[in-house]
Write a protein that binds this ligand. Structure first.
Ligand code: SF4
Length: 384
């Protein structure tokens, strides 16, 4: 089995840039982020610039840009402009490119929102998480519900016509009624896109430590499932398409950058811990700020992990990514890309999942049923 998946089309990149600064570490967060000194911040931005400038992919057209973190909205206007100028000098940007910035509502003000727009950013993702102050405090967020509402207004006033709101459900002591109120409030603002995530408690986070000490309430899986189903129903009634397990949008407002990940297309990540997928090789930059600061200026960013995905492993990975999407998987298209009979290879798994009504099949296409979305991890395991 060999893959034709990365040779047929001219390369167009998704670019991800990681800004690891945050004023305060949220209790559930396992991203590489946190408070840093001014000196560390300056040296990080210098190293980041050098990593971009030294990229072997210089001159490649860019399909999408995503500034994530951490808190990219912690950047000053000058820092943001410098970063955007560097990116545009090194890569080929078109005018219509989707350019997203993640923003912590506690950091936004009118001048900053205007600076985002002036830099060419045309999509903003607001980390709202909840419209209830007691839940925001439980999560360790720096913002209040009113700041979340204000951030949305500021983004609209600055001219953003493509706004995503991130919300989390399954929070400690969160009731179904509170989640319903969050959903209605979010939809009432009329964003183009919603990302609705189930809280997971990761080892190494504050919540993870509390759980290990027996200080966290057990997650009520049934209640979380009810919340997820409620999210699917309320967003559908309001005209949002669920185009991926956790993502909902107005028609034609899918996040082009996320689609690159789910469709296994090439992307480059810059910054500490940033992941790349180029030429069939998946790699991740070092997670150490100190090491990144030492190696990136010399054009030698150490890859903490580097793996060439081939054969069955590559196919399994692609299925796991694509099965999350509304369009699901065309077995014929995958067979062509991987030069093998995918339907025959996974016939036992597909039959089992059809029997359990976790997937449905139309012609050669399989996709998750409603029940399958609730048990997506179990579905994915069948293809590993
Ligand atoms: S603001 Fe985001 S990246 Fe920063 S600590 Fe909180 S969840 Fe993590």
């Amino acid at each position: 089995m060999h893959s034709r998946s990365h040779t047929a089309d001219p390369v167009q990149l998704g670019i991800y840039v990681h800004i690891p600064f945050c004023q305060h570490k949220c209790f559930y967060c396992d991203f590489n982020s946190g408070p840093v000194s001014q000196a560390a911040r300056r040296s990080y931005l210098r190293a980041l610039e050098q990593e971009i400038v030294n990229s072997p992919w210089r001159g490649t057209p860019v399909k999408t840009l995503f500034l994530g973190g951490g808190t990219p909205s912690e950047l000053t206007r000058a820092e943001l402009e410098h970063l955007m100028t560097t990116l545009k000098e090194v890569f080929v940007f078109s005018d219509t490119l989707e350019q997203t910035i993640e923003c912590n509502p506690g950091t936004l003000n009118p001048a900053l929102a205007a600076a985002f727009r002036d830099s060419g950013l045309n999509r903003i993702s607001l980390g709202i998480q909840s419209f209830h102050n007691h839940h925001l405090q439980t999560l360790g967020r720096i913002h209040s519900a009113d700041q979340a509402r204000e951030a949305y207004r500021l983004a609209r006033n600055a001219g953003f016509d493509n706004i995503n709101l991130d919300l989390i459900f399954g929070l400690p002591n969160q009731s179904l009624e509170e989640w319903k109120a969050d959903l209605y409030e979010a939809i009432g603002l009329s964003p183009e896109h919603l990302s609705l995530y189930n809280l997971t408690i990761e080892p190494g986070t504050e919540f993870g430590h509390r759980q290990a000490r027996g200080e966290m309430q057990e997650i009520d899986e049934d209640l979380s499932a009810d919340m997820y189903e409620m999210a699917m129903d309320i967003t559908a009634d309001a005209g949002y398409e669920q185009y991926e397990i956790s993502n909902y949008c107005r028609p034609d407002r899918q996040c082009a950058h996320n689609r690159i990940y789910w469709h296994n297309e090439p992307y480059l990540g810059f910054g500490v811990s940033a992941a790349s997928f180029m030429g069939g090789i998946r790699s991740t930059n070092t997670a150490s700020l100190a090491e990144y600061g030492r190696t990136a200026p010399r054009g030698q960013t150490r890859r903490a992990t580097e793996e060439r995905l081939e054969g069955r492993a590559a196919l399994g990975e692609e299925i796991m990514l694509r099965i999350r999407t509304r369009e699901g998987i065309s077995l014929k298209a995958l067979s062509w890309r991987y030069q093998c009979d995918v339907a025959a290879l996974f016939s036992d798994s597909v039959n089992l999942l059809l029997q359990r009504q976790l997937i449905e099949k139309k012609e050669d296409r399989i996709r998750l049923t409603r029940q399958g979305k609730l048990l997506a991890n179990q579905v994915c395991l069948q293809f590993l």
